[in-house]
Design a protein around this ligand. Sequence first.
Ligand SMILES: *Cc1c(COP(=O)(O)O)cnc(C)c1O
Length: 433
Amino acid sequence: MLQSMNKINGDNLPEYKQQQWDDWRWQVAHIIRDVEMVERLLGVQFAQSHRQELQETIERFPMRVTPYYLSLVDTDDYRNDPVFIQAVPNRAELIVGPHDLVDPLSEDADSPAPGIIHRYPDRVLFHVSNLCAMYCRHCTRKRKVGDVDQIPSVEELQEGINYIRKTPVVRDVLLSGGDPFMLSDDLLDWLLSELHAIPHVEMIRIGTRVPVVLPQRITRNLVAILKKYHPLWINTQFNHPREVTATASSKLAMLADAGIPLGNQSVLLAGVNDCPRIMKALVHKLVRNRVRPYYLYQCDLSEGLTHFRTSVGKGVEIIESLIGHTSGLAVPTYVIDAPGGGGKIPIMPHYLISWSNDKVILRNYEGVITTYYEPEAYKPVRCDQNCETCRLSLRLGSAEETKTIGIAQLLADYEENSTLIPENNERVGRRET
Ligand SMILES: *Cc1c(COP(=O)(O)O)cnc(C)c1O
C-alpha cells in the first residue's frame, strides 16, 4: 500500500485499500517520521550528505507527514515542490538568523492560564492540543513542536475554560494548537459544549490545518458535533493551489453544508507561494470551495524560518495584484504579526495619494488618479459619549461604553489626549528632569 503511494490517484485502488486510505486513523498510524521512508515513498534517493543533514535537522525539529500529504508531492521536481518544501526538513532550519526569536509573538508572556493567550481586549487564543497531523516546516511555534509534555491534560483544559468563564470580556474564543482536530471526537465535543455554555462567549473559532494535511479527519461524526455549537467558524491554512485536492474540496463542502463559515489563513513562504499568479490561483480555488481568504501572513521571526521569509514588498506586490483585479471576497488582508506581542498589523499598498481641505486624491488598481470631493455641508455630531441624548440612535439595549485607546483615542472628540508617546522616550525624558 505505502510503497505504491506516489502512484495513487485514488481511482485505481482495490476497495479495501481505498477504505484504509480514506480512514484518518490509518493515515495517522502511517505517519512518516524518517528520511528513509520519504525516500522509499517518493521513489527518490538523497545523497549521503543530504541524508545526514536531514537527520540532524530532524533531531532538532522532528518530522511528521501524513501519507496523504506526501502523496501530493510531484516527484519529478520534488526539490521545488511546494508540498515537499512544507513537509520535509531542510538543513536551513538549523540556521539561526540575527533577528530570530524563540517566541517571536511573546505568547508565553501573554498567557494568564494554561493554553490561553489573552492579547486582544475581547478574544483569546486557546491552545487545546500540541499535536498536529503534520509538522509544517514553517511552524511559528517550532519551539513546541514534538514536545510531548506540552499536550494539555483535561485538567489544564479545564483551567483554560475556567479563565474564560471568569473573564466576561472574552466574547470570542479561538481554538488552536497544535491542531484542535487532533483531539478525539468526544473530547472536542466536551470542550465545545463547555465553551458554548458560557453566556458571554458569543462565538467559537477553530484554526486547523487538517483540511489540508489530513482531510480524512473531517468525518460525518465530527461535522455532526461541530454543528451543535454554532456560531462556529473555521479557519484553515491552504498555502498553494495544489493543496486544494478533490478530497479536500469534498471535505470543505461538508463543513460549508453544515453552515460553518470557512476562512483561510495563508503564510507567505519563499519558494512556495511568493508569486502573484500562484496566490491568485489559490484564492480563486478557495472561493470556489466557499472558503473566504482571511489573512495572508508575513512569515514570523521564529528560529529556523529564515529561509522561508520573503521581503514585505513581495506581500504588498501580491495584494496589489489582487485588489481590484479580482473579487473583493477573494482578497485576504496581508498582516505582520508584530514581534513582542503587538498583534497583527495590516499592510496595504497606498491608495490615498493626497488630501486637501475638501478633496481626497485617490488612485485605483489601474493607476487611474481620481478626486473624491468631500461634502461642504457635512456636520458631524460631536461626541460627548452621552448616547442617551444623541440624535444618532444606538439603542442596543446593553451598549456598554468602552475605553478608547490608540489612534482611535486621538480621533475621539471626547478625549483630551493628542499624542501617543512611547514609554522611555528620551526627548520627553529630558524635559521631565
Ligand atoms: C490572531 C490572533 C487572534 C485573532 O485575531 P483576529 O484578527 O481576530 O483574527 C487572537 N489572539 C491571538 C493571540 C492571535 O494571535
